[in-house]
Design a protein around this ligand. Structure first.
Ligand code: XMP
Ligand code: MG
Length: 183
C-alpha cells in the first residue's frame, strides 16, 4: 500500500503558510498601486498557481478578471523539457488588456518565456509576471518578473499548489521533497 505519511515525505519546510500570506498581502498592495484605475486580467497557470491565485486575488481591491491557461512541460519528472504544449487556452481575448500572469514558481524560466512571447503576439496592452517562488540558480533564460515572493534554493519543492506526480498540492507550506520520494 502507498504511504499516507505526508510529513515523512518532506525534508524541510522552506516557506510557511504565514510567510506566504504576509508576502501576498505585500505584493497585493504594490499591484493595487501599480494598476490604480486600470482593469486587470489575472491569468493563472494551471494547476500549480491555483492557491496563489485564490489568495492573491482576494487580497486585491482592484477590478480584476481571472482566466486560466494550462500548459505542460514537465510530465511527472522533476526537470523542465522546455517543450511547452497548450492543454487549455484562455477564454479571454488579450487585445488591449493589462495582463498579470500569476505563477507558482519560476524554475528554468522556459515556460514563462514561451508564455510571454505567446501573449505578446495576442496584442495585450501590458504583460507582467507575479511568481510566488523563483529559483535564481536554475534560470536558463532571464525572466523580467515584476512581483516575486521568495527566491529559493535550487531544490524540488512541493506544497501550496506545487506537486510531485500530482501529490502534495494541498499542503499549506512550501517544503523540499525528501529525495527518497523520487529516488
Ligand atoms: P520552468 O522550468 O519552465 O518551470 O520555469 C515551470 C513549471 O514547472 C513546475 N516546477 C515545479 N513544480 N516543484 C514543483 O512542484 C518545483 O520545484 C518546480 N519547479 C518547476 C511548475 O509547474 C512551474 O510552473
Ligand atoms: Mg506551474
Amino acid at each position: 500500500m502507498e504511504s499516507t505519511d505526508v510529513q515523512g515525505d518532506l525534508a524541510q519546510v522552506l516557506v510557511t503558510e504565514e510567510q506566504i500570506h504576509d508576502k501576498l498581502r505585500e505584493l497585493a498592495r504594490r499591484i493595487e498601486a501599480d494598476y490604480e484605475g486600470e482593469d486587470l486580467l489575472l491569468v493563472g497557470v494551471l494547476k500549480g498557481a491555483v492557491m496563489v491565485m485564490a489568495d492573491l486575488s482576494r487580497e486585491l481591491r482592484n477590478h480584476v478578471e481571472i482566466d486560466w491557461m494550462a500548459v505542460s512541460s514537465y510530465g511527472n519528472s522533476t526537470k523542465s523539457s522546455g517543450v511547452v504544449q497548450i492543454r487549455k487556452d484562455l477564454d479571454t481575448p488579450l487585445e488591449g488588456r493589462h495582463v498579470l500572469i500569476v505563477e507558482d514558481i519560476i524554475d528554468s524560466g522556459l515556460t514563462l518565456s514561451w508564455l510571454l512571447e505567446n501573449f505578446a503576439a495576442r496584442g495585450a496592452a501590458s504583460i507582467e509576471v507575479c511568481a510566488l517562488l523563483r529559483k535564481p540558480d536554475a534560470a536558463k533564460v532571464e525572466i523580467d518578473c515584476r512581483y516575486v515572493g521568495f527566491d529559493i534554493p535550487n531544490e524540488f519543492v512541493v506544497g501550496y499548489g506545487l506537486d510531485y506526480a500530482e501529490r502534495y498540492r494541498n499542503l499549506r507550506d512550501v517544503a523540499v521533497l525528501a529525495p527518497h520520494v523520487y529516488a
